[in-house]
Design a protein around this ligand. Structure first.
Ligand code: AMP
Length: 212
């Protein structure tokens, strides 16, 4: 039957969703979208939407469901029936709305990959990571000393990776995203992956789990 081709990457901030979503997209040759990157881009461009979401990002809070849903549904309409979504859904109403959207547009239901990483490791990773502005790749400081190994762009720490903001984001995740797991588990659409280890090891685990 092959691997599913409608995939959601779920997990706490710093779990590696962005890295693996991009890689899965390339591996399956399907489009991938990170809601966090789209929101940060809107914020930096100071668009009307950017102005509306600024305070949520600044405080480490989730952006309201209606705004995120509009962005994601527009993106899904622009791609074929196959996709990898990074960081969406993050709340139960987002999960319900996605199910409805896929069913109304006669697309297959999505499979969720949950990256499980302990908080102590997440905090270390986040304290150590930098992002590339032009291509939005994420690296550890040692992998990208000053510039992005992929595109050569300047790298810098993300504003919302400070210890204080990270904790606020993690609390939002615990309160609003964790309740989504039973939603996918009950429908046998959840693959739980241990997110510890090298990116290569974790990626292989993801492929194996999607194949099962
Ligand atoms: P990320 O890059 O996935 O860590 O997302 C960065 C920030 O964007 C999050 O802390 C949220 O404020 C916001 N965000 C990203 N995706 C969503 C979503 N699906 N729902 C609400 N807020 C989101």
């Amino acid at each position: 039957m092959g691997l599913p081709r409608q995939i959601l990457l779920l997990g706490p901030p710093g779990a590696g969703k962005g890295t693996h979503a991009k890689r899965l997209g390339r591996h399956l040759d399907v489009a991938s979208c990170s809601t966090g990157s789209v929101l940060r881009l809107e914020e930096s461009r100071k668009t009307e939407l950017g102005a509306r979401i600024h305070r949520y990002l600044k405080e480490g809070n989730f952006v309201p469901d209606d705004l995120v849903l509009e962005i994601v549904c527009n993106w899904l309409r622009s791609v074929d029936a196959e996709f990898v979504l990074d960081g969406f859904p993050r709340t139960l109403p987002q999960g319900d709305a996605l199910d409805r959207f896929l069913s109304e547009t006669q697309r297959p239901a999505a499979t969720a990959v949950y990256l499980d990483v302990p908080l102590s490791l997440l905090e270390q990773r986040v304290a150590n990571r930098v992002g590339c502005d032009p291509c939005s790749n994420v690296w550890s400081r040692s992998q990208a000393p000053g510039h992005c190994p992929d595109c050569g762009g300047a790298v810098s720490p993300r504003g919302d990776d400070s210890v204080e903001l990270y904790r606020a984001r993690f609390a939002e995740y615990q309160r609003k995203t964790l309740p989504l797991l039973p939603h996918y588990e009950d429908n046998k659409r959840l693959r739980r992956i241990c997110g510890q280890g090298s990116p290569e090891t974790v990626f292989q685990r993801i492929l194996t789990a999607l194949d099962s």
